[in-house]
Design a protein around this ligand. Structure first.
Ligand code: CO8
Length: 259
């Protein structure tokens, strides 16, 4: 059942929610209202115990999102840009459940940065990625300089950010940003298939795994290892740990309850 709002559609299938940016006539360009609405929907799903994994995609086959809304941004002052639009992005960054981005078509500028807010990226062979901000006289502002550098290293990040060129899904897979390239039209279905698999895994363990992996980007190794150790120990207080290990020993399928 689809529940419709202004820009964001949410569909549920068992423990997987599919969140669709629904502004195809503008190639799903991300205006501020859209980002705030997206953040609100993702936060609600994050709080919803029935949902274990989220798929994020764009409506239509032309774009995941072609970037921040240039028309809206064009008249903004520095003060407006410094204060206004980042709150929604910060909320998206803090979603604790696993997010899989399904990219069909363009993921440019803020669209590529939004895909990189996800934890896994599935891209169609027709997808195109890039950070064209420099062609508009600006630079990436929603984490692009940091996430590309940390994921691809300095030199590839520089090429993407300094040229503003578009890169194929295959290039991005070779470079380690995209997990899997799939035939045109299949990105959403493949992402949903993967999400359904992850949704069967122990939910608390999934949340804490995401937290620990993201900590690797924010902490030195020593602190990251300590953080991981604490989260790991914490999982031994859950029913799912007892169930998962008992199921292995009893040679049966585990049934996780998220407790
Ligand atoms: N913003 C606003 N409208 C857009 C955007 C966009 N980013 N991208 C496409 N559109 C609109 C077009 O204006 C057009 O609208 P209309 O039909 O009303 O004229 C419609 O979508 C279809 O687009 P095109 O006709 O241009 O389609 P083409 O197939 O000819 O071209 C492209 C597709 C190559 C993707 C082209 O649309 C394009 O270059 N788009 C802009 C890409 C871009 O520069 N993106 C980066 C934007 S800047 C950014 O993302 C900064 C992020 C900062 C985040 C932090 C914020 C707080």
């Amino acid at each position: 059942m689809a529940e419709e709002t202004t820009y964001i559609l949410v569909e549920r299938a068992d423990a997987v929610a599919t969140v669709t940016i629904n502004r195809p006539d503008k190639l799903n360009a991300l205006n501020w209202a859209l980002i705030n609405e997206l953040a609100g929907k993702l936060e609600a799903l994050d709080r919803d115990d029935a949902i274990h994994c989220i798929v994020l995609t764009g409506a239509g086959d032309r774009a995941f999102a072609a970037g921040a809304d240039i028309a809206e941004m064009s008249g903004a002052s520095a003060a407006q840009m410094a204060l206004g639009p980042f709150e929604g992005w910060d909320h998206i960054r803090r979603v604790r459940k696993p997010i899989i981005a399904a990219v069909e078509g363009y993921a440019l500028g803020g669209g590529n940065e939004l895909a990189m807010h996800a934890d896994i990226i599935i891209a169609s062979e027709k997808a195109r990625f890039g950070q064209p901000e420099i062609l508009l006289g600006i630079m990436a502002g929603a984490g692009g300089t940091q996430r590309l550098s940390r994921t691809l290293g300095k030199f590839r990040a520089m090429e993407i950010l300094l040229t503003g060129d578009q890169f194929t899904a295959q290039q991005m897979e070779d470079w380690g940003v995209v997990n899997h390239v799939v035939p045109a039209g299949q990105a959403l279905a493949e992402a949903q298939k993967l999400a359904a698999k992850i949704a069967t895994r122990a939910p608390i363990a999934a949340l804490l795994t995401k937290e620990a992996v993201l900590a690797a980007f924010e902490t030195p190794l020593e602190a990251g290892l300590l953080h991981e150790k604490r989260l790991f120990a914490m999982l031994f207080s859950t029913d799912d740990q007892k169930e998962g290990m008992a199921a292995f020993i009893e040679k049966r399928q585990a049934h996780f309850t998220g407790k």
